[in-house]
Structure formats: structure tokens, C-alpha cells
Design a protein around this ligand. Structure first.
Ligand code: ADP
Ligand code: MG
Length: 473
């Protein structure tokens, strides 16, 4: 068995109004070549201007990934020719990146792991090419869109670890608002480097890079295929070639694309048209203060402080708005477990079914607390609370009003319930006799009490009283 080594280079489009170095709009469009400007199509004499918002968001992401940020940031030109790169070079960061030496904490199947980040840098996206029979079309909408590349150290050791990291990274993009990170729109794409080494070897094996994989599931399949392919080569005494391969999402195999290009081939040099940007400490402090508590820390808090399970915590933090909603209810002094239960079952069940988001829900955190309090105080049963929930959101009414309208307040008063029970037992001595002989007639009496009180008698108090009164006879 060989040890698997994986390093990821993840590209993610930054959410801004305009492109990274031009004033063309940065928005997803179904129409080709709608959002372009002279800079994006590389006309002679163009001058790029750095986008302040893209720059700020890059720093935000660098800080969220626990990276060190430099005093001065610069851009570099990476020279190569390809039809989707009209300028003949890509503006990127090689000498001074927005972030270096960071880490992300993840939890893989119950175990914590620190994923080291080599660097994060800001660059520009390329145009996109559509290939047809004997011609191709170019769409420049994507050309010049700000792109953040996050590069991990070769510290991941399984497809599970790689996918968990990608999900965590996506979560950080969403929580910080730096990107929408939609893989279905190609906003988040990944180059996957895989190598194998002997279990106790000290040097890393030869890696293969698979470019531009655009779904997490394909990342998993590509890694699994590559592990199998490289294992077979090594077992038969062969050597893995250092190369770039393409993952085919139809037959789920990887194919050679080209042999590896080295950094030196790109003839990097500092982009002369964008002056170096000085980063003040005050800017870093300001940006840091805008980063909300992230998923990993929220999960820790929910488990340690609120006693939730990892499973429930994971579900709640998946969407920041849901997690914020949950935290609002905690501030209102509701039992965290009751709140979490209601959110993960009733609320998310409803939102998923109708494809809605939590801010479209009529029930505010305040109202959810009211509802939970009524259950905790025994005013209504938990079964009734579900009925109230649906009526609230369907008719836009507060829980208190709905409970009143449905005449739902629970009967918890001992004497009221006991009187009903005694009368029922008096009427049916035959069933008490049957009960003694081992037949279950208990449920019949519970049913009768519920019938007479229109379901309002508290079920556990009712059961206790029936048990007590039956024993007396
Ligand atoms: P290159 O110079 O070939 O681009 P880098 O050292 O910059 O290589 O690393 C690029 C990516 O490849 C990083 O994500 C890194 O973690 C990963 N990587 C480097 N060496 C290996 C290896 N032996 N096996 C797997 N991944 C690797
Ligand atoms: Mg590389």
C-alpha cells in the first residue's frame, strides 16, 4: 500500500460589481460578450486599474484563512499564449501575494485536521472557449473577472480529506461574502495534484496535476482514478510521469494533456502598469473586524456550549443565515436543544420542500422562542406546536394568536383530568377487569380523555392519573 499525497489549487471568482482591472460589469450572463471592455479583450495601449473591492475581499479571505499578509502587495505578469488570454499574459501575484502560510481547520469523519495553506493570490479569470465541429467561439464575459487562487501544501491524504477541505473553503467564501462559490456556474474550480509514496519514504513521489475540475464529486472521482492508475504503475515497477492530465467526466478516467510547464517558462515579471499597494495595519484591523465567526468555530461552540450533536451543528451552520437565526433564538434565552430541534426538523424541512430561504419565513426567531416556551411550559403539546407552526407561516399569524384561535391551550390541571378519568373508570368496570387479566385497555381510556377534552389534556399527566386510578381499584 502506498501513502496518498494531495495538494489543491482552488480558483474562486470574487463577487464584485466590476472586473479586476477594468470597469466592465462582473456578473454572470447567459449572453456571450455582453460584459466586456477594451482591457478585457487586450486592445493595444490598454491600462489596467486595480479594483479596490476585489483587493479588500482578497485580504479578507487571506485573514479568514489565517494567512500572513504583506506590507506591500504587487501584481505580476505571467506570460503565455492561449486564445482565451487575449493580452498574451495573465495579471497575477507571484512576488507578493495577499496571503501566505495560513491554515484551515477541518473535521474529517469526526477527526480534526489542520490543512496548511501555502498562499492565496489575486489574479484574473480567462475568457471561455466553446468548441464546435471545426470551429470554436470565444466569450469574453469571464475575461478579467477577479479570481482568488488558494494553494494548499501537499498535506491531504485521501479523497475524503480533499472534499471536506473544499467544502470548508466554500463555507468560508460564503460566510465572508467574498464569493458565491457556485460550482454549477464555474465560479469555483480546482486543480488537483496527486502523488503516491512508500509508507515510510521521506521524499514526496512524482505528482500528476489534473486541471480545472469543476465539481466536488468529480474531484473525488479524479483522485480515486489517479490513485488506482499510479498504484498499478508503481506496483509493476514503473515510474509515474510528471504531467498535466485531464479528467473526463464521461468515462471517469484521466488522460495526458501535456508534460509539466515550469514557473520559469512563464517569464514572470512585475506588472509595470499597476503601482505597488501599501497595506496599512489599520486596514487589516478594519477588515479583520468584518469577518464573522466561521463554521468550524460555530460548530465547536454549539457542541461545547450548547450541548448539540455534531450532526445537528453541521446542519445548522451549513447556511450562515440559518446559523444566525439559531443564534438569535439563543439570545432570547430559549433552550438551545429545543431550538436546534425545531430548526433542523420543522423549519429546514419546510424550507427545503418549498425551496425557500430562512429570511422568507414569516416566523421570526422571537416567534420561534414564543412557540418553544409554550411547549416547555406545558401550555401546548409538542405535537400541537407543529400544527401551530404551519398555521403561523401559512397565514402570517403569530403563534400566540394561532393557539388562541385553535382553542389549543393544554389542560394540565390535575383535578380536571382526574374527575374525567374517575367518571370513565366508573362507567367501564369490565375494562378494568380485562386490564387485570393482561389485556391492554389503558389506551382506550387515554383516547376517551383526549376525546372529551378535544385533545387538550396533557398526555403524560393523563397517563399518570389513569395509571394511579386503575391501581386503586
Ligand atoms: P509547481 O511548482 O509544480 O506548480 P508547487 O510546489 O507550486 O508545484 O505546488 C503546486 C500544488 O501541487 C500545490 O497545491 C502543492 O501542494 C501540490 N503538490 C506539490 N508537490 C506535490 C506532490 N508531490 N504530491 C501531491 N501534490 C503536490
Ligand atoms: Mg502550480
Amino acid at each position: 500500500m502506498y501513502k496518498v499525497v494531495i495538494g489543491l489549487e482552488v480558483h474562486c471568482e470574487v463577487k464584485t460589481n466590476s472586473k479586476n482591472f477594468s470597469s466592465a460589469r462582473n456578473t454572470y450572463s447567459e449572453y456571450p460578450n455582453e460584459n466586456i471592455d477594451t482591457v478585457d479583450i487586450g486592445l493595444p495601449g490598454i491600462l489596467p486599474v486595480a479594483n479596490k473591492d476585489a483587493f479588500r475581499k482578497s485580504l479578507k479571505m487571506a485573514l479568514a484563512l489565517n494567512c500572513k499578509t504583506p506590507d506591500i502587495v504587487m501584481f505580476d505578469r505571467k506570460n503565455y499564449y492561449y486564445p482565451d488570454l487575449p493580452k498574451g499574459y495573465q495579471i497575477t501575484q507571484e512576488t507578493k501575494q495577499v496571503g501566505v502560510n495560513g491554515y484551515v481547520m477541518i473535521n474529517v469523519n469526526g477527526e480534526d485536521k489542520k490543512v496548511e495553506i501555502n498562499n492565496i493570490h489575486l489574479e484574473e479569470d480567462t475568457a471561455s472557449l466553446d468548441h464546435f465541429g471545426n470551429y470554436s467561439l470565444i466569450d469574453y464575459n469571464r475575461a478579467g473577472v477577479p479570481l482568488l487562487e488558494t494553494v494548499t501544501e501537499p498535506c491531504l491524504h485521501s479523497a475524503d480529506e480533499a472534499i471536506t477541505f473544499l467544502e470548508a473553503l466554500k463555507g468560508i467564501f460564503l460566510y465572508t461574502g467574498v464569493s458565491e462559490a457556485r460550482t454549477d456556474r464555474g465560479q469555483m474550480r480546482c486543480d488537483v495534484n496527486v502523488s503516491l509514496m512508500e509508507e515510510n519514504a521521506t521524499e514526496l513521489g512524482t505528482k500528476v496535476e489534473m486541471k480545472n475540475i469543476n465539481s466536488f464529486n468529480n474531484v473525488r472521482l479524479a483522485i480515486e482514478y489517479e490513485i488506482k492508475r499510479q498504484t498499478e504503475i508503481l506496483k509493476s515497477g514503473g515510474k509515474v510521469m510528471q504531467e498535466t492530465r485531464r479528467f473526463d467526466d464521461e468515462d471517469l478516467k484521466t488522460y495526458p494533456m501535456r508534460s509539466k510547464v515550469d514557473a520559469v517558462d512563464y517569464k514572470y515579471y512585475i506588472e509595470p502598469n499597476i503601482p505597488p499597494i501599501k497595506i496599512e495595519n489599520s486596514l487589516i484591523d478594519e477588515i479583520r473586524s468584518e469577518i464573522p465567526m466561521l463554521q468550524y468555530e460555530r460548530i465547536q461552540k454549539y457542541m461545547n456550549e450548547y450541548g448539540l450533536s455534531r450532526y445537528d451543528s453541521d446542519i445548522i451552520v451549513r447556511d450562515k443565515k440559518v446559523s444566525d437565526y439559531f443564534e438569535e433564538t439563543i439570545k432570547l434565552k430559549v433552550n438551545p436543544k429545543s431550538s436546534a430541534n425545531f430548526i433542523t426538523t420543522m423549519i429546514l424541512g419546510y424550507l427545503n420542500k418549498y425551496e425557500k430561504t430562512i429570511d422568507e419565513l414569516y416566523l421570526t426567531p422571537q416567534m420561534l422562542c414564543e412557540l418553544i416556551h409554550m411547549v416547555d411550559e406545558g401550555k401546548i403539546s409538542s405535537k400541537q406546536s407543529k400544527q401551530v407552526f404551519f398555521k403561523c407561516i401559512e397565514e402570517n399569524k403569530e403563534p400566540k394568536i394561532v393557539v388562541k384561535e385553535l382553542g389549543m391551550t393544554q389542560i394540565t390541571d390535575d383535578k380536571t383530568i382526574r374527575d374525567i378519568v374517575i367518571k370513565l373508570l366508573d362507567e367501564r368496570p369490565d375494562l378494568i377487569e380485562d386490564h387485570r387479566k393482561g389485556k391492554n385497555t389503558f389506551d382506550y381510556f387515554v383516547g376517551q380523555v383526549m376525546k372529551q377534552t378535544r385533545g387538550q389534556a396533557n398526555p403524560s399527566i393523563t397517563a399518570n392519573i389513569i395509571r394511579e386510578e386503575m391501581e386503586k381499584r
